[in-house]
Write a protein that binds this ligand. Structure first.
Ligand code: GDP
Length: 295
């Protein structure tokens, strides 16, 4: 994450820089803005954040014994954590069962892989998990999910050759629940067979009305960048997004787009994907994430 990595450099510079505190603060804020913008974080978000930091830095007084600079960095840390979901450690345990999760996102984001990772994660928590292959447009999606389900040992439902995504999802959820699944994860299409995004979103909407998922998770690629804001917003309008999974955090991508998706939906990031393997998957932790950013 080269863009966000620059935050760490800005912190080092801030602690080193001699001269008046106010000037160091201004310089740090400029560096922070640059780092966030280069990581594709939404412009409005960046300016709101830095305005809050500046206000607090000028208004609030450091507690006795604390150096002003350390205290300022604590404000920066807190505000960044807030931006990434705050102290709400994401609740990943379903509040009740059976629980239906619908995964949405564009093709190539890693949705199918993520469906399997999520299934394995919940299987290890002791749930009986089922996967439904409702991506009827990407060739190979059915086989890919069927093989993954077999490999990790969870139930599977699909209708090879069928184009009726809404029907497959409906029948799949019903059948897997009947077979005893506590958690059903539905993999959906990321691109519509007829090309248009409107058609895809319309289908997501119809599917979600049909299966009434308990949670819709948006899968986004860490490399998506600034486009994440509009994308997340459009998905959110079609079917309210409850949480976000950011994939490919292991790559060179900056990941800042994820933050824009959070801003666009009000949803929290629950998981991150850190590799191609089904094992490479973690619960998202805002504090750990920000601590890593600040070095
Ligand atoms: P879909 O079209 O959204 O269903 O995407 P796939 O699940 O087929 O994934 C697209 C590509 O991204 C595949 O090559 C996956 O192995 C890869 N991929 C998925 N998640 C991750 C991840 O967290 N890290 C890395 N490095 N690759 C991933």
């Amino acid at each position: 994450m080269p863009g966000l990595d620059a935050i760490r450099d800005a912190v080092r510079k801030f602690l080193r820089l001699s001269g008046p505190y106010e000037r160091a603060v201004e310089e740090f804020i400029r560096d922070l803005q640059r780092a966030l913008l280069s990581a594709d974080v939404n412009v409005r978000l960046v300016f709101d954040l830095t305005r809050r930091i500046r206000e607090r830095a000028l208004k609030e007084k450091p507690p006795p014994g604390a150096s002003r600079r350390d205290w300022f960095l604590k404000i920066v840390y807190e505000e960044l954590v807030k931006l990434f979901g705050g102290d709400r450690e994401p609740e990943v345990k379903p509040p009740y069962t059976p629980y239906v999760i619908m995964l949405v996102g564009v093709q190539g984001s890693g949705k199918t892989t993520t469906a399997a990772k999520l299934a394995l994660f919940y299987k290890r928590m002791g749930y009986k998990v089922g996967l439904v292959a409702a991506d009827v447009y990407r060739p190979g999606a059915y086989d890919q999910l069927r093989q993954l389900a077999e490999r990790i040992g969870v139930m599977f439902y699909g209708e090879p050759g069928s184009r009726d995504a809404v029907g497959i999802a409906t029948r799949g959820v019903k059948e897997l629940k009947e077979r005893g699944a506590n958690i059903v994860i539905v993999d959906t299409a990321g691109r519509h067979g007829y090309g248009s995004e409107v058609a895809l979103l319309e289908e997501m909407k119809r599917m979600s009305e049909a299966i009434k998922p308990d949670e819709v998770m948006l899968v986004i690629d860490a490399a998506m960048g600034q486009k994440s804001f509009d994308l997340a917003k459009r998905f959110h309008e079609a079917t309210p997004i409850g949480s976000i999974i950011v994939t490919k955090m292991d790559g060179t991508a900056k990941g800042g787009g994820a933050l824009s998706a959070v801003a666009a939906t009000g949803a929290i990031i629950k998981f991150i994907g850190t590799g191609e393997d089904v094992e490479e998957f973690e619960v998202f932790n805002p504090r750990r994430f920000v601590s890593r950013l600040l070095g």
